[in-house]
Design a protein around this ligand. Structure first.
Ligand SMILES: Cc1cc2nc3c(=O)[nH]c(=O)nc-3n(C[C@H](O)[C@H](O)[C@H](O)COP(=O)(O)OP(=O)(O)OC[C@H]3O[C@@H](n4cnc5c(N)ncnc54)[C@H](O)[C@@H]3O)c2cc1C
Length: 393
């Protein structure tokens, strides 16, 4: 059997590892358009701050694949997939047939509406991006960071930790309004301010002034922020244009609970894939390292015909501060929250009677229990009890 994987992020690399482990004699080929074999994207945030040498972000080298009989094709972009002939077509024109294919191509940074190819307007996803941002942070006196999400904070911290005066523009009322109320986010705002970041909520950029480089960011309230660089993190768009299978409105490839697409020979895993989840009672998309890894492993098993349902519960941590931030599961349900102190907060989400998600700052006790209860769909009659600290002893 010929197994082909497109993408050597954590989803693709984990799938390749699992396939080679379960069927050592199988042919497994991984195509990636990057010049580096798998590295740890989470570590890139520490690398950008200047506190971690680049070699510590590396996870696999080419010999890792060789030892497992996996063929890794670096700097090899797949142009399209011909699902009628079970063939991937590379940008070079070369074709490679498959019996089972895994799409693990993730997403690319969403461009800002005012983007006009400015030289000092940066986005973050790859090691190359991180190298550029690190250099920019080291050489800038003032920077503007745009995007109040989980990645935006990493960019703001990267600039601030490189002693750059940093203005952090957040469109909504607070940082990560997807999962946090204003009250909870206050803790994170204070921690950012302690690092010298100027947090500007309810603020968008309405104009970039400058020719090749942005010299000033004008906000929607008319404030002018002079800067040497601008970094943007406003989400991702799916790298799904290479294949014609069922997709959702945001162009994400859709799969069933076995991570199988509308084409029986094609599976999808990792960021920007929408799958049917038995845990969350519907079609969901999650973007985190552990989740992509688990998806890759599960997809590999299903490519071998094992019929494994994907019932993983995702987590995401932010570790820049002296208090831990942890988000688990789904953050869209009915919310209950409690702020215990200036550095401790918990918000729990419910889908009907079932616990579906949690966001915890400072007080993170019980995270494994929470994951397990979400996964098993445990019903709670007294929800308030879950917000009491004693409950978690
Ligand atoms: C700075 C930063 C900090 C983060 N922090 C956290 C964190 O604290 N916790 C956490 O859980 N997650 C974090 N994440 C997110 C986490 O890293 C991702 O969820 C995870 O890496 C996604 O893995 P993936 O394999 O699904 O996709 P990706 O890693 O995006 O891999 C997809 C790969 O496919 C390649 N590709 C795309 N199209 C093609 C094509 N046509 N041909 C060939 N190759 C192609 C891409 O170049 C890429 O290498 C962070 C991410 C970043 C960038």
């Amino acid at each position: 059997m010929e197994y082909v994987i497109i993408g050597d992020g954590i989803a693709g690399a984990s799938a390749a590892e699992k396939l080679s482990e379960l069927v050592p004699e199988a042919s497994v080929t991984v195509f990636t358009d990057e010049e580096d074999a798998l590295y740890n994207r989470i570590m890139l945030k520490t690398f950008m701050k200047g506190t971690l040498p680049v070699q510590y972000t590396r996870m696999h080298d080419e010999s890792w694949y060789g030892k497992r009989g996996i063929e890794l094709c670096l700097e090899t972009r797949v142009k399209e997939v011909n699902t009628s002939d079970n063939a991937v077509i590379l940008e070079s024109g070369e074709e490679h047939t498959y019996d089972k294919l895994l799409i693990a191509t993730g997403g690319s940074p969403r461009k800002y509406s005012l983007d006009d190819e400015y030289e000092n307007l940066l986005y973050m996803w790859t090691l190359k991006d991180a190298e550029e941002i690190k250099e920019s942070a080291e050489n800038s006196d003032k920077a503007v960071v745009i995007g109040g999400g989980l990645l935006g904070i990493d960019l703001a911290i990267a600039y601030a930790e490189n002693d750059c005066e940093t203005y952090y523009l957040i469109r909504g009322e607070n940082w990560w309004s997807k999962g946090l109320s204003k009250e909870g986010a206050e803790i994170v705002h204070r921690k950012m301010e302690d690092k010298g970041i100027v947090v500007m909520t309810n603020t968008e950029a309405s104009e970039f002034v400058g020719d090749n480089e942005i010299e000033t960011v004008v906000t929607d309230s008319g404030e002018e922020l002079d800067c040497d660089s601008v970094a943007v993190a406003i989400g991702q768009t799916a790298n799904s244009g290479l294949i014609d299978v069922d997709k959702n409105e945001a162009d994400m490839i859709k799969t069933d609970e076995y991570l199988q697409t509308s084409d029986d020979d094609v599976f999808a895993a990792g960021n920007m894939v929408e799958y049917r989840s038995p845990v969350f009672d519907g079609c969901v998309c999650r973007g985190s390292w552990d989740h992509s890894e688990a998806m890759g492993v599960c997809a590999a098993e299903n490519m071998l015909g094992r019929e494994k349902v994907f019932d993983y519960v995702n987590t995401y941590g932010v570790g820049h501060f002296d208090v831990q931030f942890l988000a688990i599961g789904d953050w869209s349900g009915e919310a209950l929250e409690k702020k215990y102190s200036d550095s401790e907060y918990r918000r729990l989400f419910f889908n009907g009677d079932k616990l579906s998600g949690a966001v915890m700052i400072g007080f993170t006790k019980g995270q494994e229990r929470i994951k397990e209860w979400i996964r098993e769909g445990r019903v709670f009659e007294d929800r308030e009890e879950l917000l009491q600290k004693e409950f978690w002893n």
